[in-house]
Design a protein around this ligand. Structure first.
Ligand code: GCV
Length: 608
């Protein structure tokens, strides 16, 4: 089951070696009767230009990968019923459009909801060539060009960089190369210590030499490797802090090793105290990334990219934009999104992300970031994403990484049209359900920017106090009078990390947007919101609404004529979502009702 590729004809032969060859093959097979002239201009890279030479006849110009992206553009336009209005010139906004897989060498996937790894089995690279080719085609057709294949929590650091494994890595890279996809690997900062070096101190000459030799060996096997991805000093991973060094010391040391080969170091900024005492009111986890990195702005080598999660916590349903993405003007940045539905319904609940991504862009200045990364939602399930409709997130992420101006509704419609043969009315129903699914999920889960009321560790279903007395810095502090954390200047001072115009937007609870109200403010339950409702009433209303919307969603979704096996999978998951939404609604409402003692003004059932 090849997702939105299901309408493409004929598998691409393994004999084709370059993106330009694949482009020609795809065009000839999928647009028979059309006439193409392909002009390869290496300097154009990913960029393409499509010109018309009369009806059904096109000149396509671009670098080798540009030809490929242009070819998919033409084919997809045709399959979705539009015609490409030549001339068209298109260049991606971001040169690195990355997918980060959290796959482990044993074949498991951290936060994976679509089966097991497509790459690893029993400690080795071991995969189906056909499925990898389909994956490569999926990525290329969505404009994605970098794939990090292993978990940032590198559980078996011997993997991938050793002589013994490199031929396997090279063979995998060969499968992706014709589709313009370059591999990346996650590395463990303490890796030299497993190979006879006594330290991993980034300023130690022996450590620097080890990484240089390793880089040379790896690039001899895979000359176009995109680089190394690093999670350091985070959630128990090793890093420069052990040696009293900062993260510029660590990243620049790796950058020096990769620079002769044109490789990038993608260094994650997900660093915080994950051993916090819940009694400690001084530490506020969302402040952590800024405190660790902002003072290092401008200190990173040219081939270092800091990869920053889009929000200051960890992929909650709603978070403000990370202040690092606004404040580090002299450093290359990548924004990290998460396609894997870790906190957002495990690819059981419907949750389309592009509306959320578009909201992030409302506050993100156009040129602040130079790459996008997203945690993969892929696995070896027959349909690749577990829930067939979760594929919309992979596809639309690709469109957004190419052009952040992409309209959410157009992107989702394009995906629907490529994937299913629906009537206009059916398509409109599906598009509108997909576009509203995130708000619905948000309504029946944690209220107004609170986050973290999820079942600990597994992260599916409600547990309002599950993380309240834990080590991870994730507290809502609900008591009988009030809920939320004051993150203004008078509170933890988190808001001070932002530019003035952003501070002004959130500082005052009377003007702060409702959906982030409890992220920024601690408020009493009888706080009167702008629409006149009390805070507690808004919490009850949102939860009842979220459940009601889920029920309506089920009614509308389950009558759509999905083909099998999609229909069965969608039905099964929708039923599980209905159960989940009811649990969330009743448990969160009961939690707040028991604490506050305030009844629902509309007299609906809340369990005591
Ligand atoms: C890969 C969260 C997830 C972890 C993940 C981590 C990260 O804490 O729960 O599974 O680890 O984020 O992004 O590094």
């Amino acid at each position: 089951m090849n997702l939105w590729l299901r309408k493409l004809k004929t598998e691409v032969p393994f004999t084709l070696k370059t993106p330009a060859e694949v482009a020609r093959f795809e065009l000839e097979n999928n647009l028979p009767g059309f006439c193409f002239e392909l002009c390869e201009q290496p300097g154009m890279g990913d960029t393409y230009r499509i010109e018309s030479r009369g009806t059904g006849s096109y000149i396509l110009t671009g670098g080798s990968t540009g030809l490929l992206y242009g070819a998919y553009r033409l084919i997809e336009d045709h399959l979705t019923g539009g015609s490409t209005c030549a001339p068209v010139s298109s260049a991606p906004k971001y040169s690195l459009r990355m997918i980060n897989c959290w796959d482990n060498a044993d074949g498991g996937i951290e936060r994976g909801y679509a089966g097991r790894s497509l790459f690893f089995r029993n400690g080795r690279l071991d995969y189906s060539r056909d499925r990898i080719r389909t994956l490569a085609r999926l990525l290329a057709s969505a404009g994605l060009n970098v794939l990090c294949i292993n978990n940032v929590n590198v559980h078996d650091p011997a993997q991938l960089l050793l002589e013994d494994y490199l031929p396997d890595l090279a063979a995998l890279a060969d499968l992706f190369r014709p589709f313009g996809v370059r591999l990346m690997v996650s590395v463990d900062f303490s890796q030299p210590m497993r190979h006879g070096v006594s330290t991993a101190d980034p300023l130690d000459p022996a450590v620097r030499a080890w990484w240089k030799e390793t880089a040379a060996r790896v690039y001899a096997a895979v000359p176009d490797l995109a680089g190394f991805l690093v999670k350091a000093d985070s959630e128990g991973r090793p890093g420069p802090f052990t040696y009293g060094r900062n993260h510029a010391d660590g990243a620049n040391m790796l950058a020096e090793a990769l620079s002769p080969f044109g490789g990038m170091v993608v260094w994650r900024c997900f660093v915080y105290n994950c051993r916090q005492d819940w009694r400690d009111t001084k530490t506020d986890r969302p402040k952590a990334a800024w405190e660790h990195y902002a003072f290092l702005d401008g200190k990173f080598a040219d081939n270092v990219i800091l990869q920053v999660k889009h929000g200051p916590f960890d992929f909650q349903v709603r978070e403000p934009l990370s202040p690092l993405l606004l404040g580090m003007k002299k450093t290359k940045l990548a924004m990290e999104l998460q396609l894997a539905q870790e906190y957002t319904g495990h690819q059981i609940d419907l949750y389309t992300m592009i509306p959320m991504w578009k909201e992030l862009y409302e506050e993100l200045p156009a040129d602040n970031i130079m790459s996008l990364a997203a945690v993969s939602n892929l696995g070896d399930d027959e349909n690749y994403t577990g829930h067939p409709l979760a594929a919309v997130n992979l596809y639309t992420y690709g469109l957004l990484a190419w052009d952040p101006e992409t309209d959410a509704e157009e992107a989702v419609t394009r995906w629907c049209r490529l994937t299913y043969d629906f009537t206009t009315e059916q398509e409109q129903t599906l598009v509108s359900l997909l576009l509203s699914s995130r708000r619905t999920y948000e309504k029946y889960t944690a209220p107004l920017g609170i986050g973290w009321m999820i079942t600990p560790h597994d992260h599916y279903g409600p547990n309002p106090s599950g993380y309240e007395y834990d080590l991870w810095g994730t507290y809502h502090k609900a008591n009988r009078n009030a809920v939320g954390i004051d993150r203004t200047h008078a509170g933890t001072g988190y808001l001070d990390q932002y530019p003035d115009e952003i501070r002004a937007k959130y500082e005052d609870p009377a003007v702060c947007p409702d959906l982030l109200l409890l992220f920024y403010h601690r408020l009493p339950y009888d706080f009167i919101m702008r629409d006149g409702r009390t805070l507690i009433q808004r919490i009850y209303d949102d939860h009842f609404e979220g459940l009601a919307e889920t029920r309506t969603m089920a009614e509308k979704l389950l009558v759509l004529p999905f083909p099998e096996p999609d229909a069965s999978v969608i039905r099964d998951r929708m039923n599980r979502q209905l159960y989940n939404a009811r649990e969330w609604c009743d448990i969160i409402n009961t939690f707040f009702h028991r604490l506050s003692g305030i009844p629902d003004a509309r007299g609906r059932i809340i369990y005591d």
